[in-house]
Design a protein. Structure first.
Length: 308
């Protein structure tokens, strides 16, 4: 093995290779952002160190010598290997990135407050959390994991059910000056907030054993977070999912009404492509997420069957 301590100056080698490839000191200078004079000086120093003339000078024109051509080819091969190794390192670093897409309400109210735990366990992984209410194409978009709220029918993907969810009514403790309904039947006299993208109130009415009709008119809200904010502001009673309402319930902004739940027709799923599942950071996230779901269900008084 050669003594690397005797290696010529690397800046001079790079300058020489650029000049040989461009057949010009000026174009080499433009390529590596130095002056033509600096290129000429580095190459003269290199020639003196090697004891070999690398270029013939004809005024401002240059002609590479036969020895210079052979030396340039060797340097070019070595620099190319260095460039490839650097790109491989960049790719390894990029592969430490984890991109997760989730329903906006689930991302903001369940996942984001917990992600710091995963980041603490894996500080070398950059996590990108995307919130979206439309179904991302995991095979075409640069997304590693999709946390989906649906029926679980996602052809071509690795799919695992994370958890079900449940509906129940919540209200601000100050709604109607604190005179909250004491029975489900009293909801008939209340303002019931609605979401056009969620299931209706009717399954919960049925679980509660009351004969009430689907509310119409009034405020129709499209976002689950906005629905909870409207309920917290005392605008009415919201039918919310258990997994996304616990922050407001824990803080006292909202109170759960009654002990009746209705199972949501949709569930939460982990989904990714086979290629993504081969990534170590996706495997680590999957392990962490399933453990976090188990802990959440154990700690949050997870509802039982409808009517429980």
């Amino acid at each position: 093995m050669a003594d690397l301590r005797k290696l010529p100056n690397l800046s001079a080698l790079r300058a020489f290779e650029a000049a040989a490839r461009n057949d010009s000191f000026s174009r080499a200078a433009e390529e590596i952002y130095v002056t033509p004079g600096a290129i000429s000086h580095q190459i003269r120093t290199l020639e003196q160190e090697l004891g070999v003339q690398l270029f013939m000078r004809h005024g401002k024109r240059i002609t590479i010598t036969a020895q210079g051509q052979r030396f340039a080819a060797t340097i070019r091969k070595s620099l190319n290997e260095i460039a490839l190794a650097a790109e491989a390192l960049k790719l390894d670093a990029k592969q430490k990135r984890l991109t997760v897409s989730a329903l906006s309400s689930f991302a903001a109210r369940w996942l984001a407050p917990r992600l710091w735990k995963f980041i603490d366990l894996h500080p070398d992984t950059e996590v990108v959390l995307q919130s979206s209410n439309h179904l991302n194409d995991l095979e075409r978009e640069p997304i590693d994991v999709g946390l989906r709220y649906g029926l679980g029918n996602y052809p071509g993907l690795i799919v695992e059910k994370l958890m079900d969810d449940f509906y129940y009514p919540v209200a601000s403790p100050h709604y109607r000056d604190g005179k909250l309904p004491k029975t489900p039947q009293e909801l008939e006299q209340c303002s019931l907030l609605r979401m056009d993208t969620e299931s209706s109130w009717l399954p919960w009415f049925e679980a509660a054993g009351v004969d009430l009709v689907e509310p119409t008119g009034g405020l129709l809200i499209e976002d689950a977070s906005m629905l909870l904010r409207s309920a917290s502001d005392g605008l009415g009673i919201a039918l919310t999912r258990h997994a996304i309402a616990l922050q407001e319930i824990a803080s006292g902004e909202l109170v759960r009404l009654f002990d009746v739940v209705a199972r949501c027709p949709l569930s939460y799923y982990f989904a990714c492509t086979k290629e993504a599942m081969d990534k170590p950071q996706v495997q680590a996230f999957h392990r962490w997420l399933t453990a976090e779901v188990r802990a959440f269900k154990a700690q949050s008084e997870w509802p039982g069957e409808p009517g429980a």
